[in-house]
Design a protein around this ligand. Structure first.
Ligand SMILES: [Ca+2]
Length: 158
């Protein structure tokens, strides 16, 4: 009898957790709808020192994409480390494009898959060039899955 009570309490606790998780998901979703859906609407980011998250967001559904950009205005070339990390079950891809100062652009190139991480170290961005990158769902699981972008300029002090 006592064990049954413990189990029923556990069951209630699990239900409460599930409820609060879904409440979070429905609350979170509207903020991500329509965010940075095209390259022209890319959200501007600024590189940070190593270990600092530049931005965190979520995808709304399997067809949602989020574009970001950064223009190198330092007057000299930069070596940038770009990393995507994601919580939850889904699996997200990281694609990059570089637009050079004369307007020429690369095609979209994808970072190699490494579990929940996509990592491109030592990305050479010439002066005046713009780095575009996009987060796409390879496998979409839930809109409450949060991804974090690390856009690191190692020459910056923390
Ligand atoms: Ca979006």
């Amino acid at each position: 009898m006592k064990i049954r009570k413990v189990f029923s309490l556990l069951f209630v606790a699990v239900c409460l957790f599930a409820l609060s998780t879904s409440a979070f998901a429905s609350e979170f979703t509207p903020t991500a709808i329509g965010f940075a859906d095209t390259k022209d609407q890319a959200h501007l980011l600024t590189p940070t020192p190593a270990g600092v998250v530049a931005f965190a967001m979520s995808l709304t559904n399997s067809t949602d994409v989020d574009w970001y950009k950064w223009t190198n205005t330092a007057g000299q070339s930069k070596l940038i480390n770009l990393l995507l990390y994601k919580t939850g079950e889904g699996n997200y891809d990281l694609g990059i494009m570089i637009r050079y100062q004369d307007g020429k652009e690369t095609t979209k190139l994808y970072a190699a898959e490494d579990g929940k991480v996509r990592y491109i170290p030592n990305l050479y961005i010439p002066a005046g060039a713009t780095l575009f990158f996009v987060i796409e769902a390879k496998v979409f699981s839930d809109p409450s899955d949060v991804y974090s972008i690390y856009l690191v300029d190692p020459s910056l002090e923390k």
